[in-house]
Design a binder for this molecule. Structure first.
Ligand code: NAD
Length: 499
């Protein structure tokens, strides 16, 4: 579609879309073993847009066998890195070539604005896969500085069969942060998309095959967490689970691993990130815009959303006005309209959850300054207004629990030490930000915050070159950057006696 595409253009493209709902196992699209399907509902209008294979343990069994056979055959795991690179670059290229179709699937499936799925989600996914493809034939192994009577080679080998279990907020983008390094390192992959968002994963599996990724190397098993997700977590022949999702489910994967084959688990989980604005912030307008986008972008369904706004007392009223002025311009609308900045919540359950938190905030005595209601209910879809609470105490539920919706909790602080104390008073540690013109304060606060990623005078900035992941109950292991390869490779030492 051209840059000038309208709501009607996207609607007519959506009407002519053919949507795949079958699992992708061993290079083929297939119904689930039981024949069961589940409804894929678009949150734009609450209508069913596809029937999707509901994979369960037998399908997982089939996928693991296909993945294992491909891995042991060496067809991918033993392919020269330069050749794997070319296949993966073609794959990334095909994702870009099919950008509009994939963006449309993502928008229909989860309700995110088309203006963002076309420029953030899909190109971001292609870029992530291309980045790891480019890296893989430039990495060298090591020779240890042993006694000269030996040569000890320390080499990285792929771990084998990797299961990636991913969430619904950035379905393809979150998956791509795993697909890239998992495949680049030579593993076989079984991707389990969230039940709310299976469509792009299924389409992309076909593109992987078209690019030349051998059968069995890239499998997709759509289905529910309790069934397909748990079967992967407990499978005796899955070597590694790479998970992105809630802290609650992340803990289950540790349990599954402990009760099965001690598979490696890496967890990218929830957050309640503090966005700290000191009175000497260099540009309050820029900080306010970033704070508003930090919580309202993607309907607040962002793991590193700046959901706790910590503002120095002396500028709180002025700053909050500026944040709300930006937020007011982000009222939810039809996600297929290129003008829409905020779309639909992923489904009814999530909408009710968010509304429950808004109610809890009110009851706890926080002051509702903006929003707080559902919107566009006549559409049949699920929309929540951008919502701002003031006078929040950090002990309140809305400041402690991840809401995963467009709800901002504003908390004031006296000085930097106070901000650090409040910022760290959470079970999470995914991201944080500090706004100040004082370089010493910036470094001190950044160092004291217990988070995997700290921004100074920015919010939600970054790219594939930097690691992403959390401290504390936000998880462990990192997506993005070369560090991600550590999760999907293991060290083999070969000691050669030449004495
Ligand atoms: P979720 O934990 O409910 O689901 C994530 C995945 O786990 C889905 O594929 C789901 O089917 C599966 N699952 C659910 N229950 C399961 C079970 N009992 N056994 C096995 N698998 C199960 O999370 P969600 O609601 O899809 O996504 C929102 C969460 O994801 C938020 O907490 C958010 O912070 C987090 N997230 C984190 C990051 C990050 O990089 N740290 C990025 C995006 C989202």
């Amino acid at each position: 579609m051209s840059a000038t595409a309208t709501l009607d253009d996207w609607k007519s493209r959506a009407a002519s879309l053919s949507i795949r709902g079958q699992a992708f196992i061993g290079g083929k699209s297939e119904a689930s073993e039981t024949g069961k399907t589940f409804d894929c509902v678009s949150p734009i209008d609450g209508k069913v847009i596809a029937k999707v294979a509901a994979c369960e343990a037998p399908d997982v069994e089939k996928a693991v066998r296909a993945a294992r056979a491909a891995f042991e055959s060496g067809v991918w795991s033993n392919m020269a890195p330069a050749k794997r690179k070319r296949v993966l670059l073609k794959f990334a290229d095909l994702i870009l070539k099919n950008r509009d179709e994939l963006a449309l699937l993502e928008t229909l499936d989860v309700g995110k604005p088309i203006r963002f799925s076309t420029v953030v989600d899909i190109p971001g996914a292609a870029a992530a896969i291309a980045w790891y493809a480019e890296a893989i034939d430039k990495l060298y192994d090591e020779i240890a500085p042993t006694d000269p009577s030996a040569i000890a080679m320390i080499m990285r080998e792929p771990v084998g069969v990797v299961a990636a279990v991913v969430p619904w907020n950035f379905p393809l983008l979150m998956a791509s942060w795993k697909i890239g390094p998992v495949l680049a390192a030579g593993n076989s992959l079984i991707l389990k998309p969230a039940e709310q968002s299976p469509l792009t994963a299924l389409r992309v599996a076909e593109l992987a095959a078209e690019a030349g990724i051998p059968e069995g190397v890239f499998n997709v098993v759509p289905g529910f967490g309790e069934t397909a997700g748990q079967a992967l977590g407990r499978h005796m022949d899955v070597d590694c689970v790479t998970f992105t999702g809630s802290t609650e489910v992340g803990k289950l994967f540790l349990k599954y691993a402990g009760e099965s084959n001690m598979k490696r688990v890496s967890l990218e989980c929830g957050g309640k990130s503090p966005n700290i604005v000191l009175a000497d912030a260099p540009n309050l307008d820029a900080a306010a815009k970033a704070a508003a986008f930090g919580i309202f972008f993607n309907q607040g369904e962002v793991c590193n959303a700046g959901s706790r706004l910590l503002v120095q007392e002396s500028i709180k009223d002025e700053f909050l006005e500026k944040v709300m002025a930006v937020g007011k311009r982000m009222q939810p609308g039809n996600p297929l309209d290129p003008a829409t900045m905020m779309g639909a919540m992923v489904d009814r359950t999530q909408t009710e959850r968010v509304m429950g938190y808004i109610e809890a905030g009110r009851k706890a005595g926080a002051e509702l300054k903006m929003g707080g209601k559902q919107a566009n209910t006549e559409s049949g879809g699920f929309y929540v207004e951008p919502t701002v609470f003031d006078k929040v105490d950090n002990g309140m539920k809305i400041a402690q629990e991840e809401i995963f919706g467009p709800v901002l909790s504003t908390i004031t602080f006296k000085d930097a030490a106070d901000a650090i104390r409040i910022g760290n008073d959470t079970i999470y540690g995914l991201a944080a930000a500090v706004w100040t013109r004082d370089i010493t304060t910036a470094h001190k606060v950044a160092r004291a915050l217990k988070a995997g990623l700290v921004w100074v005078n920015a919010y939600d900035a970054g790219d594939i070159t930097i690691p992403f992941g959390g401290y504390k109950q936000s998880g462990f292991g990192r997506d993005r950057s070369l560090h991600a390869l550590e999760k999907y490779t293991q060290l083999k030492t070969t000691w050669i006696n030449i004495g």
